[in-house]
Design a protein around this ligand. Structure first.
Ligand code: ADP
Ligand code: MG
Length: 364
């Protein structure tokens, strides 16, 4: 059984550049883990450490029962797919896919067998004699994946493999990758800054910021229970509304209404109310409204309209800035400029404005 495990992994380039800070996580057989975070948060460095292209400042990397952090890259049985594809331009598709096996001195017959099998899976049979320059972006990407698959590695690493493709192609290749990796057992670690890729491909997502692991969970759990304000704002599109609110007793004041706070031992000095635009609803006739406001911007997204609403009459206003709330409504739902909105209590997230940590759910 192969299982990838990182224990207290650290990478220090200089006191100013510490892209991996005490990272511990494991990826089981059959799992697809995505490292998700903004550019510069340390994702590629983590992959390079696993692959053996960098050595850790501290910590351990285990594959199965082997501790591999002292092993050379070539001895780790890991395959990596890069954003740039890194194909050999002078070699044919066949030679590109076969190159890693040739280096390992595999018998020619077995190489041919494996390349044939992989090129069939990837639909590359008719391109085997072409050079990379004669292929489309999507085909080149498939060759790069083929070169990894043919090795039958213990672990697959992929670093932003879709980011060089245009939007339409990216969606198609994303679906292909999902199918492909569902049918094999080696752990996969996939890097992206694109939350849609992370949510659709993964069995587990690790959200990273500034070298620190923020949350490691299933995509559903990360969407439904973001552990802090960073995760809440990074995952979900359109972005979650995050509104600083004034509290009074056990209530938060928003517009002209009072919203009950979750049970907490102590209410922090700054509280943020979070709600996803897709969970804000228009109040129907006679339904108690949570907030009223004026629509000042409408973005037509095809299936939906994204309304930006200025919340009316904010009690206890401490700043001059008006409160904005975005609501995602089905395109066929009519609305007036003056809207009444419902914020379902079960859809509200609460965060500590100073630490960013999640409040309520017995977590504080
Ligand atoms: P990501 O892949 O998430 O965009 P990287 O892992 O490439 O981020 O980089 C994380 C941080 O580490 C960045 O601030 C980057 O400048 C820094 N870094 C990467 N490689 C080196 C290096 N060889 N020397 C110094 N700093 C580096
Ligand atoms: Mg990177």
């Amino acid at each position: 059984m192969t299982r990838l495990e990182l224990q207290n992994l650290n990478k220090v380039y200089s006191p100013q550049s510490i892209p991996v800070k005490n990272l511990s996580l494991s990826v089981e057989e059959g799992e697809f883990l995505t490292l998700l975070g903004p550019s510069g948060c340390g994702k590629s460095t983590i992959l390079r450490l696993i692959a053996g292209l960098e050595s850790p400042t501290a910590g351990q990397i285990r594959i199965g029962d082997r501790e591999v952090s002292k092993l050379r890259a070539g001895d780790r049985n890991i395959a990596m797919v890069f954003q740039s594809y890194a194909l050999y331009p002078h070699m044919t598709v066949y030679e590109n896919i076969a190159s890693g096996l040739k280096l390992r001195k595999m018998p020619a017959r077995e190489i041919q067998q494996r390349v044939t099998e992989v090129s069939w899976v990837l639909g590359l049979e008719e391109f085997l004699q072409r050079k990379p320059g004669q292929l489309s972006g999507g085909q080149r990407q498939r060759v790069a994946v083929g070169r990894a698959l043919v090795r039958r590695p213990d672990v697959f690493l992929l670093d932003e493999p879709l980011s060089n493709l245009d939007a339409l192609l990216r969606e198609r290749v994303r679906a292909e990758l999902k199918q492909l990796f569902e049918s094999q057992r080696s752990p996969v670690v996939y890097v992206t800054h694109d939350q849609t890729e992370a949510m659709t491909l993964s069995t587990k997502v690790a959200v990273l910021s500034n070298g620190f692991l923020q949350q490691l969970d299933s995509p559903q759990q990360i969407y439904n229970y973001p552990i802090n304000q960073f995760v809440a704002s990074f995952v979900g599109s359109p972005q979650m509304n995050l509104i600083p609110v004034v509290c009074q007793g056990q209530y938060a004041l928003l517009g002209t209404s009072k919203i009950p706070l979750p049970a907490m031992t102590m209410i922090p000095p700054q509280v943020i109310l979070g709600i996803r635009p897709e969970q804000v609803r228009l109040a129907s006739e006679g339904q108690p409204t949570t907030v009223q406001g004026q629509v000042f911007l409408v973005e037509n997204l095809g299936m939906h309209n994204l309304l930006s609403v200025r919340v009316a009459g904010s009690p206890g206003e401490t700043s001059a800035a008006p409160i904005m709330l975005r609501a995602l409504l089905p395109a066929d739902q009519p609305w007036r400029e003056s809207v009444s909105l419902v914020l379902p209590p079960e859809a509200i997230h609460w965060f500590d404005g100073q630490t960013g940590g999640r409040l309520g759910d017995g977590s504080s």
